[in-house]
Design a protein around this ligand. Structure first.
Ligand code: DPP
Ligand code: ZN
Length: 855
């Protein structure tokens, strides 16, 4: 398979004006007839893409085409010398019933309980019919669906025009949908199913009455209220914050249990993984429920940033994803403490994106070439992409950023555009914004180092900052990037802020002078994580402890605890810090915070994940050692406060369930304290866990207790696991939790994983289930990086390579950092990967494997 390059972009020779699709579903296959009205826009052949299609007939302007009239090869159908106006009628047959890749039109479910859904982003539409399947081809779609009446729900994009019985076929019915908006094929969707619906409505700021519908299986329909409310909140939020209102009379969301991604923003007809839309207090943890709201908002926000303004080509994926993630993060920050929101977003960025950027899968936020675009739905494109938009917003200030986004919507509505277009609109008030383009082009996480010097005579403080980015092979030598560093100076005596400024570091090294500073202050940098960089400032441990006490920025209070922990844990650090200052600082902060902001208190007790710690290690990474060090520090924290856990825990009694930020904070902190108490061997902690499980008001409490019991192997843990299974046996998403709590347990072994994979409820065709075991397991590096662990893990990839290459390749990416391992693990991993290479064929896995082995 060949590489596609950004620099080779060319418009298509033909544009599509309208598409008429007629999809008839039968027991064993589907018949798809399409009519495309096309117009020439440049010289050249007419090219259509198509994969896994059985071509029955093709007609051009009413004439049947014979084999010699077109050329068919690997995924394309080419017609040379086509006239300037073309009507194509194409008939194909496809087989959704055997489509396990979950791209294009596929059947989900099994037995009597099946449904048909589509996933067309990025290149699934070509598995439905022959089409110029690229995001820069925009057309008006009309879709007729026909199926057996046991599939009562027939949905497609846009408005319902007509529905009824099929003449002479009493068991079949049809529906015709028309979407009045011009859209790329990746936003096409249809659903043929038997579902219940929750209906609501929303009146937009422009006075449009919109019908809102959330479709789910009847057993799940009582878990749709959270999602529906989030949708209404998101619609209003986008009107208030970006001046964007919804543009159709109907907005539909459909929940599907078999789905590769989280959710998909198809025009007017979002399709969601059940895990990302269903939520109820009894079955869904707070964290999951919060992310349901964020994902509903994310997909809704795409209607403007993605659908109305879309990407010229897939290299521009970050154009819609980075901006939309930034928008959903801002939405979520308005629903809880903004410090906690920032902490969670940054923790994810550091654990996953920094690690990606430090290894062989590093790529620019806007890649320059790919073999398989599915491999680039990455945390670099999404999360680092969002960080760039955030830096621009902070540099401009919110008013000018809004002027810029208004300009973007005004200029490009209805078009397929590039990152350069986006920056050019955002630059209307400040042309320096265009310099941010280098952030999109250059891979690698910049390291910002710095120190300060104080001149008491001149009363000036000088901060020197420099930046360095590793040179990723295959790319130009790194250039300095514009890095906004939000800075505050704190008076050592009063603890108050004496100066506050946004420093823009845009050269290799720069000095910044603060005047009228009467005594040497403590400097707080990168407040609210103003740029996605690693910070290496010349701090004393005491400065960090000081900041934990006096910083007013909640995010930075967390950040300094993380810096202290990193100093204690990271091997090879010359001046290895002792935990004393950290523990002392915590003991001052914790009691106050526990009553003030329980959620933030819970986060302050975080110790970075093994994965995040590993991302900073370039060589001789020893998973055992890192695990031991993490656990030993965790133990010290638990022991230090051993006498206080009981009181803190009792201050947080189980009340009736409430979905407020405060109640969620209490539940989060209670779960952290429970785990700490079990770690410190507090006398009756195992009993607290059982009580919490038995008297839980919601899943956060019940699952928190279960997880703690499993991880600490308390005597009754197995009974509770069994109870949990029995209680929730009918609920797939809860059973996913049941699998994952075992697969990610502290003491997990490959045998446990093998037996979970053999369990009667395990299902290779449901990505959520596969992730609940194999994905959860991959967070246990001490077991993953053993011969047995690798055999099992690469065995899973082999198994999925053909059936679901998108999922297989995603799982493989977890092995990217093999090259940093200590011997003999490194060699073992290398051999496993080489062996895997001989046994896989999908271009998805091959491309990832090539990059990973190139480390
Ligand atoms: N475009 C989808 C999203 O919202 C892909 N999963 O991110
Ligand atoms: Zn998205």
């Amino acid at each position: 398979p060949s590489k596609i390059n950004l620099k080779d972009y060319k418009k298509t020779s033909f544009d599509v004006e309208t598409v008429n699709l007629d999809i008839k579903l039968f027991e064993e296959y589907a018949q798809v007839n399409s009519t495309l009205e096309m117009l020439r826009q440049t010289e050249g052949d007419l090219v259509l893409f198509g994969e896994e299609l059985e071509l029955l007939t093709i007609q051009m302007n009413g004439h049947q085409l014979d084999k010699e009239d077109y050329q068919q090869e690997a995924g394309t159908l080419t017609i040379a010398n086509a006239p300037d106006e073309v009507t194509l009628d194409i008939q194909v047959r496809i087989c959704p019933q055997t489509n396990t890749a979950l791209e294009g039109l596929y059947m989900a479910g099994s037995g009597d309980d099946t449904m048909f859904v589509t996933q067309c982003e990025p290149e699934g539409f070509r598995k439905i019919t022959f089409y110029p399947d690229r995001p820069d081809v925009l057309a008006i779609f009309t879709t007729r669906l026909e199926a057996d009446k046991r599939y009562a729900t027939l949905l497609a994009n846009g408005n319902l025009v007509e529905a009824g019985d099929v003449v002479d076929e009493p068991n079949r019915h049809y529906a015709i949908w028309h979407d009045p908006t011009n859209k790329p094929s990746y936003l096409f969707a249809c659903v043929v199913a038997d579902l219940d619906v929750l209906t609501d409505s929303y009146t937009t700021s422009e006075g449009r009455e919109v019908t809102l519908e959330l479709y789910a299986k009847s057993a799940d329909i009582d878990k749709c209220d959270v999602g529906m409310q989030a949708l209404k909140d998101a619609m209003e939020w986008d009107e208030v914050n970006y001046g964007r209102a919804y543009d159709l009379d109907r907005y539909m969301i459909v929940a599907v249990s078999q789905f590769n991604m989280g959710a998909m923003e198809n025009k007017g007809l979002n399709i969601f993984n059940t895990a990302c839309v269903l939520s109820s207090p009894e079955t869904t943890t707070d964290a999951r429920s919060f992310s349901v709201k964020a994902i509903i908002a994310h997909e809704y926000f795409h209607n403007w940033t993605g659908n109305r303004i879309t990407c010229r080509d897939w290299f521009q994926l970050c154009l819609k994803e980075g901006f939309t993630v930034y928008r959903d993060q801002s939405f979520s920050a308005d629903q809880q403490s903004s410090a906690v929101q920032r902490i969670d977003d940054v923790a994810t960025l550091r654990a996953h994106q920094f690690s990606e950027d430090a290894g062989p899968l590093a790529h620019p936020v806007r890649p320059e070439s790919f073999v398989e675009i599915n491999n680039f739905y990455t945390t670099t494109v999404y999360e680092k992409g969002a960080e760039i938009v955030r830096m621009i917003a902070n540099t401009l200030g919110l008013d000018d950023f809004r002027k810029g986004t208004d300009e973007y919507f005004r200029r490009y509505d209805g078009q397929a555009v590039t990152v350069e277009d986006f920056l050019s609109a955002l630059s209307i008030t400040d042309n320096k914004i265009e310099n941010f383009i280098d952030w999109y082009r250059q891979p690698g996480t910049p390291v910002v180092s710095g120190h300060q010097s104080y001149d008491s005579t001149a009363q000036t403080l000088t901060i020197t900052l420099s930046q360095q980015t590793r040179h990723v092979s295959g790319f130009d030598a790194p250039k300095p990037l514009p890095i906004p560093v939000a800075t505050a100076l704190f008076d050592k005596n009063s603890g108050g802020i004496v100066a506050e400024r946004m420093l823009l570091l845009d050269q290799a090294t720069q000095t910044f002078v603060f005047e009228n500073i009467t005594s040497e202050p403590v400097v707080s940098l990168l407040r609210d994580f103003s740029a996605p960089v690693q910070l290496n400032y010349d701090y004393q441990d005491e400065d960090l402890a000081f900041l934990l006490k006096y910083e007013t920025n909640g995010f930075n209070r967390w950040q300094v605890t993380q810096m202290l922990v990193n100093r204690i844990l990271l091997q090879g650090q010359s001046s290895k810090s002792s935990p004393d200052i950290y523990l002392q600082a915590l003991s001052q902060a914790l009691p106050v915070l526990a009553s003030d902001d329980a959620m933030l208190a819970a986060r302050l007790l975080d110790i970075p994940s093994a994965q995040e710690l590993a991302s900073a290690i370039q060589k001789d990474y020893d998973p055992e050692l890192v695990k031991m060090q993490r656990e030993s520090l965790y133990q010290q924290v638990a022991d230090t406060f051993k006498d206080q856990w009981s009181e803190l825990y009792k201050q947080l009694p189980i009340d009736a369930y409430e979905d407020s930020a405060e109640a969620r904070g209490k539940r989060a902190l209670r779960n952290v304290i429970l785990d700490m108490a079990l770690t410190a061997d507090v006398n009756d902690a195992a009993e607290w866990a059982e009580q919490q499980y038995n008297h839980a008001s919601c899943m956060t409490e019940r699952f928190g207790a279960l997880k703690a019991m499993v991880n600490h192997q308390v005597a009754n843990a197995d009974n509770y696991l069994q109870d949990f299974y029995q209680r929730f046996q009918a609920d797939d998403l809860v059973i996913d939790l049941w699998f994952s709590v075992q697969a990610s347990a502290n003491n997990v072994s490959v045998d446990v994983i093998e037996s979970l994979l053999m369990h009667e409820d395990f299902d290779w065709n449901t990505p959520n289930r596969v992730r609940s075991v194999v994905g959860a397991f991959s967070a246990q590096p001490t077991v993953l990086w053993t011969q047995d662990g690798l055999d099992m893990y690469t065995g899973v990839i082999k198994k999925l390579d053909d059936a679901n290459p998108v999922l297989a390749s995603r799982l493989l990416q977890v092995l990217a950092r093999w090259n940093t391992l200590v011997e003999p693990r490194r060699q073992m991993a290398h051999d496993s990967l080489l062996d895997l290479q001989k046994n896989v064929t999908s271009k998805h896995v091959m491309e990832s494997l090539d990059s990973v082995l190139n480390a």
